[in-house]
Design a protein around this ligand. Structure first.
Ligand code: EPU
Length: 434
């Protein structure tokens, strides 16, 4: 397992480029399964989660090729085996979004039921409720969701809200299934995340008839057939937001290219409250810290609220603010594995239920820390860049799931991060002895 050694105290400067959005690319890869033929996706990030999803699609009988690092061809001319294997789904929960498209296209699908993960229980009951409303018969067998609609799906009015508001992948699943249903489907309380709007635009290019794109009220007129597509994935707002926070925590000034500020208004608002300047600049923005870091209260919410996927990174930032901040998690109430690790670096964080009281400290002190999930690892890398001394972040395979070559990108703008592997070191030592 690789780990990072991070030398703290370097300001980030100049320009960094954001890749296409992982969380848009994954459901869009699933959407191509609805279109008979070869689809081409552009600006697909080169990440381990994308590779795993590609394997899943190949297991269905649809060849996946990558003509270059950021382009992908999916040949969904035929789907031989509508089956989502436990071995893949257990590695990546987003695999569940093959359920809707395969049910619509093949009328029968089996997908392993995803389990919980380090950020919470993460049920899929709302996905199943929505698909049942479209006429699917669904039961569980040996840990697999078996969904059938032998005569095809039928449009319906569906309320997709749950205890934590809308569901991103639940909306993706039901929207994709409804594109081929007979008649009209109305989804109320649909997720409004830009990734869902991008998916809807991609489906419309394939021949679907979805209106209300980007709103909580989607109207889908079912069609008989969808074709292949050539689609460019939107920029990753979470990668962009992470770079913004990294610029500020190091007291630097960073220009972020391929960044859609419109998707980041809640984040920009918080950055300004904290003491940063954010200026639109070409196809992105320039972020800098002016003066000292000020505290701020943050509540994570569905889009356009503050994203849960930036909660950990902003906690690292506020750990260094002059005063107290309160962070409330309203999407994943248990998504706080980074709290204890940040406290090992001399942060002063106190968790109370689904909230964390952040008492700002003047400095963080380097320590060995353990990454627990994708965004927590980004927060630890940021803390390491701001800390005094050399921080070691273990289990960085988590970060490789969602950030393409993050250490290379950050090193190019002034960070000092070395990727190391304990086995490589051991091999070197053995070699030294002979
Ligand atoms: N929920 C239910 N029942 C369901 C579905 C969701 O109760 O059937 C609850 C969840 O437990 C959670 C809330 O609803 O409390 C919202 O979950 P959502 O379904 O929106 O999450 P998701 O679709 O599984 C996507 C992203 C996550 C991101 C969340 C929230 C992808 C591949 N994943 O997950 O991204 O945190 O939306 O914005 O798009 C990440 O990239 O690090 C990541 C975890």
């Amino acid at each position: 397992m690789d780990y990072f050694r991070i030398g703290g105290g370097k300001r980030l400067r100049v320009t960094v480029e954001v890749n296409g959005a992982k969380n848009a690319a994954l459901p869009i890869m699933a959407a191509t399964l609805l279109g008979e033929g070869r689809s081409e996706l552009i600006d697909v990030p080169d990440l381990s989660d994308i590779a795993v999803f590609g394997q899943l699609i190949e297991q269905l009988g649809c060849p996946v090729t990558r003509p270059d690092k950021h382009r992908m061809i999916i040949d969904a001319t035929r789907v031989d085996r509508p089956f989502g294997d436990y071995e893949i789904v257990r590695k990546m929960r987003a695999s569940v979004c093959i359920l809707g498209p395969l049910l619509a296209r093949c009328r029968r699908v089996e997908v392993s039921m995803p389990g919980g993960c380090s950020i919470g229980d993460r049920p899929v009951d709302i996905h199943l409720r929505g698909l049942r409303a479209l006429g699917a018969q669904i039961h569980l067998k040996g840990g697999y969701i078996v969904a059938e609609a032998p005569k095809g799906l039928v449009g319906a009015e569906i309320f997709l809200g749950g205890p934590f508001g809308s569901t991103v992948l639940g909306t993706a699943n039901v929207m994709m299934a409804a594109t081929l249903a007979k008649g009209r489907t109305i989804i109320e309380s649909a997720a409004c995340e830009p990734e869902i709007a991008d998916l809807a635009r991609c489906l419309n290019q394939m021949g679907a008839k979805i209106s209300g794109v980007g709103s909580p009220h989607l109207v889908i007129e079912g069609v008989d057939h969808l074709g292949p597509v050539r689609h460019t994935v939107i920029p990753d707002r979470i990668e962009a937001g992470t770079f913004m926070a990294a610029a500020v925590i190091t007291g630097g000034r960073l220009t972020i290219r391929n960044c859609c500020l419109e998707h980041l208004m809640a984040v920009v608002d918080k950055l300004r409250e904290i003491g940063a300047t954010v200026e639109a600049d070409g196809d992105g923005c320039t972020v800098a810290l002016v003066g000292n870091l000020r505290p701020a209260d943050i509540t994570t919410l569905p889009y356009p609220g503050f994203p849960t996927d930036l909660q950990a990174q902003f906690m690292a930032l506020l750990a260094l603010a002059e005063g107290n901040s309160l962070i409330i998690e309203k999407i994943f109430p248990d998504r706080f594995m980074h709290v204890a690790e940040l406290n090992r670096m001399a942060a002063n964080l106190r968790k109370e239920g689904a909230a964390v009281l952040v008492a700002g400290v003047p400095r963080l002190i380097a320590a060995p820390v353990m990454a627990s999930d994708l965004r927590a690892s980004a927060a630890l890398v940021m803390a390491g860049m701001a800390a005094e001394g050399t921080t070691t972040v273990n289990r960085v395979y988590h970060i490789d799931r969602g950030y393409e070559k993050i250490e290379e990108k950050l090193n190019a703008v002034g960070a000092r991060i070395a990727r190391e592997n304990p086995n490589a070191k051991m091999a070197l030592k053995e070699g030294d002895m002979t």
